[in-house]
Design a protein around this ligand. Structure first.
Ligand code: RAM
Length: 971
């Protein structure tokens, strides 16, 4: 059996992409082998115009000695448009063993030069047609010969759906997606070979407003990109005899309006089934009373092939229940705050109007709550035609919701037949790459909520929220969440597209708009931590995927952003002027302010340093020596001035906030003793706050890293596990199924933060996911060798509540896993390392003598390249493969149980006092003035905090039934 196999060939991140316009496409592959320590020594890569014949390939790399298996750029003869290129790969391993040729994969080009686009933009004649409803357009097409293959290339000013002979084309929704339309618009490619007949055919188009001209922003702006909807389309038919025919949109197409009377992204859709035009997109339909279309020139001109993965229905959710609210509304509960639409079935007399109103939460009285939607109506109306069972789902809108208020639906035996409703989850259809699970169900729920927050807000672009009249591509939100996002899903195409829009919309002076695509009015204003998305996002895609091209493409944009900052204010090393959003929504904000207490110039200067560092590192990757020098110097200056301006000589920061300390640590702005002091102060700030955070959008993503990586990992874990307000788990105790915009979107008393700006589906605080994968599970990389070519598995085992943590991540090279399990007796760690990578595995509190892998002592294990002991850990260098490490837990790594508020509350009741008295005569409560809410046993037992003998504590905790068993680690 051949034990070396090339699998999963992708091109530009996609499997067999149809319709790309990349002139030098990049191909990546993965390698499988059961033999540990497998690497690619060499590859051979061939491209052919024939799927079966590679005898005379168009391009043949020949035997190429190289470990590179990601992003191999095609360097053969210039590609041509509208052609399918087949490719295959074989590899040799380090022993010279070769694989078979891989299965054949392909890519297909669309328009490599957009001047080849011939079709005109057409729009229904504005003087003849009502502009509100969704347009129907149709064209009969006579084909004369046997068809070999056929493609449709299409795009629209608006959002569109195609049909051919009465059947929907493809599965995409909300095409062409949202780009900065005045700069660039994507077209889609569809293989319609099997949908065409050799004689008469009809192309149908549904065309709605979408982002192009529909309502956008809280100011209800309309017609942002233009005041007419338009479509441009080319049907390319290749006949069996080798001839070709082109059908193009032109003024002969006909148009009308139909059943979709209204459709807006924010507001929903109104569908009157009585107005359906039966057979409108099939042959023989009489369109004589349809209106004309006209050719127009006002539409976008820069057409680019689809870059992002398409938006699709990715899951169907069945309702959990239906109930009547105290206010008397009939409400369906999907059990999950989701984004998408309801598909319903109904049988009712013609003209029955069913109204669905979508909302995310119930208020504290149990009534459905629409307040936070602001002006977004999220209302879908369906009017029946009365012809038996009818089925409907809105097409050109999406809702953020868990609850649906249903009106007008005919009841059956007095009840709503809930089985006639399903939720369809809609978002960019990315490949799932990550899974994360622990022994703590609340943390697992948090992980799920993070993933749902990502799904709901990755509807073609990274948005802040999916429900209110906003849904915009806020740069700051994207920047804080991107690394987490890239663990959960493959975000290469998604962020490539969005970053091209960022570059396109960047201001002339290098400033970066708050939202991308930019539709906000406020002139050319930029803010720290938002504009830095220009630098952080491409860098993250590069790190995770090894994608150098995105760095090259974005380099000018990255540099322009840093140079923009440099020009601000009088001191080139500080950013201390202009408008800043600051530590947005931090809890230390002044009354009635969204902006946290951390000085804005401190934040701005810290991010300035960070972006300069990343820019410098990018210059290193791109081998721009001059820039490496320039930005190394600039970084030095910023760091020096940061210290002069914001740090006392002994390490106190001018801003006494968690976020200030966090940034100074994670952006490496303080060194030596000052750094130690900063870490200490940060920890103290968290302790003073009873293990609660105060951070907003800026500090939160980095808070746990700042603690864990500077000696205070246990504090970080306590923050994660904190279940009282404010904390991640708090929202879960309040029933959250997604991440909220505010720590107190729902307050402890059940009331809402406000109607004003209160999203229950906002991924920013989900950025903790990054730390969960990288620190808790320990899936890390050496950044100097991106894409996890050089992995570091460094789990944090022990000293916390967890008995196991398990994570895996589908990297570009293949699956990486780190799963650990801790019992009193032993530690187990399962590690998976993909072929063509190596890993350093750090086993905490292990020693070489009794470390085993799958029953063998470690110095005799295949795949282990080196073994060292350092700082009480064992460090291994390993090659690819799956490993099961086991070692005795003899250094006393134990769980430290965190006693949560329940205990402290209990300490106040009489029964507890009795129990306490029984086990610990003369006990005193933990210092009441410190208002300690969460204590570990260690602290409860430490002097000054509480005087409870250890054995008393153990018994107490057992009696109170808070945990199954108690172990103490007081060392
Ligand atoms: C609101 C949202 C968004 C944030 C901006 C500054 O619109 O909270 O997430 O980035 O403000």
């Amino acid at each position: 059996m051949q034990d070396l196999k090339v699998v999963n060939i992708s091109c530009e991140y996609k499997t067999n992409p149809l319709g790309i316009d990349v002139k030098k496409p990049r191909v990546s592959w993965q390698i499988e082998s059961t033999q540990r320590g497998t690497k690619q020594l060499a590859y051979q890569y061939q491209v052919s115009l024939s799927e079966t014949d590679f005898e005379q390939p168009l391009y043949d790399s020949g035997y190429t000695e190289s470990e590179q298996s990601l992003h191999i750029e095609y360097t053969g003869p210039e590609l041509e448009s509208h052609k399918r290129y087949f490719n295959r790969v074989k590899v040799w391993n380090q022993d010279g063993l070769d694989s078979d040729w891989s299965d054949v994969a392909w890519w297909e080009t669309a328009f490599l030069d957009q001047s080849e686009w011939q079709a005109q933009w057409i729009t229904p004649n504005p003087s003849e047609i009502d502009q509100t409803p969704v347009f129907l357009l149709r064209k009969e097409v006579q084909l004369k010969k046997e068809i070999a293959s056929a493609r449709i290339y299409a795009t629209a000013a608006g959002v569109y759906e195609l049909s051919l002979n009465g059947e929907k084309v493809g599965e995409d929704l909300l095409a062409p997606g949202w780009t900065s339309y005045n700069k660039r618009i994507q077209y889609q490619t569809y293989d319609v070979t099997s949908q065409l007949t050799g004689s008469k055919n009809v192309i149908g188009v549904l065309l709605a407003n979408g982002w192009y001209k529909g309502d956008l922003t809280w100011e209800d702006k309309r017609n942002i990109y233009g005041d007419k909807r338009g479509v441009t389309l080319q049907l390319h038919v290749r006949y069996q005899d080798g001839t070709e025919e082109l059908i193009l949109t032109d003024g002969t197409w006909k148009a009308t309006t139909g059943p979709i009377l209204y459709s807006e992204l924010y507001h929903g859709e109104t569908y009157d089934a009585r107005l359906e035009q039966k057979g409108w997109d099939t042959i023989g339909f009489d369109d004589s009373n349809w209106k004309s279309t006209v050719v127009a020139s006002e539409f976008p001109t820069n057409l680019v092939a689809q870059e992002n993965n398409p938006t699709r229905v990715t899951e169907t959710i069945f309702p959990q229940s239906v109930f009547i609210t105290p206010a008397g509304d009939t409400v369906i509960d999907l059990g999950q705050n989701m984004v998408g639409r309801i598909r319903l079935k109904v049988e009712a007399p013609a003209g029955t109007k069913i109204v669905l109103k979508h909302a995310e939460v119930l208020d504290k009285d149990g009534n459905i709550y629409f307040g936070n939607l602001r002006s977004a109506r999220q209302t879908v109306e369906y009017i029946t035609k009365g012809e038996g069972m009818e089925e409907y789902a809105p097409i050109f809108t999406f809702q953020g919701f868990r609850y649906v208020k249903v009106e007008g639906y005919p009841l059956q035996n007095g009840k709503l037949p809930v089985e006639n409703f399903v939720g369809e989850v809609i978002h960019t259809d990315m490949n799932k790459t990550g899974e994360f699970e622990t022994s703590n169900p609340l943390v697992n729920k948090l992980q799920q909520n993070i993933v749902w927050g990502q799904r709901g807000n990755f509807v073609d672009l990274p948005t802040d929220c999916p429900q209110r009249d906003e849904r915009l591509g806020w740069t700051g939100d994207a920047q804080v969440f991107i690394r987490t996002a890239m663990f959960n899903y493959q975000g290469g195409p998604f962020f490539t597209k969005w970053l091209r829009d960022l570059k396109a919309d960047q201001f002339k002076d290098g400033g970066v708009p708050f939202v991308i695509p930019n539709v906000l009015p406020d002139g050319e204003s930029s803010s720290t931590a938002w504009g830095d998305a220009a630098v952080i996002c491409p860098w993250t895609v590069y790190l995770v995927n090894g994608d150098k091209r995105i760095l090259a493409e974005q380099y000018e944009s990255m540099k322009n952003w840093v140079e923009f900052i440099r020009r601000q204010g009088e001191n080139e090393f500080l950013w201390n002027n202009g408008f800043q959003l600051g530590d947005w929504l931090a809890l230390d904000a002044k009354e009635n302010s969204y902006i946290g207490a951390t000085a804005r110039d401190l934040i701005a200067t810290a991010f300035y340093a960070y972006s300069t560092r990343v820019l410098r590192d990018t210059a290193v990757v791109l081998e721009k020596a001059e820039d490496v020098r320039t930005y190394t110097e600039l970084l030095g200056g910023i760091k020096q001035h940061f210290n002069l301006e914001f740090v006392s000589s002994t390490g106190r920061l001018t801003s006494q906030t968690q976020t200030a300390y966090v940034l100074s640590l994670v952006f490496d702005l303080v060194d030596g003793k000052v750094r130690d002091r900063a870490a200490f102060e940060l920890n103290e700030h968290v302790l003073d706050n009873d293990y609660h955070l105060t951070t907003g959008f800026v500090g939160t993503p980095y808070l746990a890293f700042a603690l864990s990586n500077n000696g205070y990992h246990e504090t970080a874990v306590k923050l994660l596990l904190q279940d009282t307000y404010p904390s991640w788990i708090y929202s879960i105790t309040k029933g959250a199924t997604t991440i909220w915009e505010h720590w107190d979107s729902i307050k402890p008393d059940g009331s809402f933060w406000s109607d004003d700006m209160n999203s229950f589906n906002h991924y920013a605080y989900g950025a903790i996911g990054d730390w969960m994968y990288r620190v808790l599970a320990g899936i890390e990389m050496e950044e100097s060798v991106p894409a996890y070519k050089r992995i570091r598995i460094q789990p944090r085992i022990g000293g916390t509540d967890f008995t196991y943590v398990s994570a895996n991540f589908e990297s570009m090279y293949g699956k990486i896993e780190s799963s650990w399990n801790l019992t009193e007796e032993e530690v187990r760690l399962t590690v998976q390392i993909p072929v063509n990578t190596t890993a350093q595995v750090i086993l905490p509190n292990a020693n070489i003598e009794n470390l085993q892998e799958d029953g063998r002592y470690i110095n005799n294990v295949d795949g282990v390249l080196s073994i060292t002991e350092a700082e009480g850990d064992v460090r291994l260098e390993v090659g690819s493969g799956t490993y099961q490490f086991i070692y005795p837990n003899e250094k006393g790594m134990k769980k430290i149980y965190t006693i949560n508020t329940r205990l402290i509350d209990l300490l106040d009741n009489d029964q507890t006092k009795e129990i306490l008295e029984k086990y610990s005569p003369g006990i005193t409560r933990p210092n009441p003035t410190a208002n300690l809410k969460v204590l570990s046993l260690k602290e409860l037992a430490s002097p000054g905090k509480a005087k409870i003998p250890h054995d008393g504590l153990e018994k107490l905790v057992k009696e109170l039934n808070l945990v199954e068993s108690v172990e103490l680690n007081l060392s």
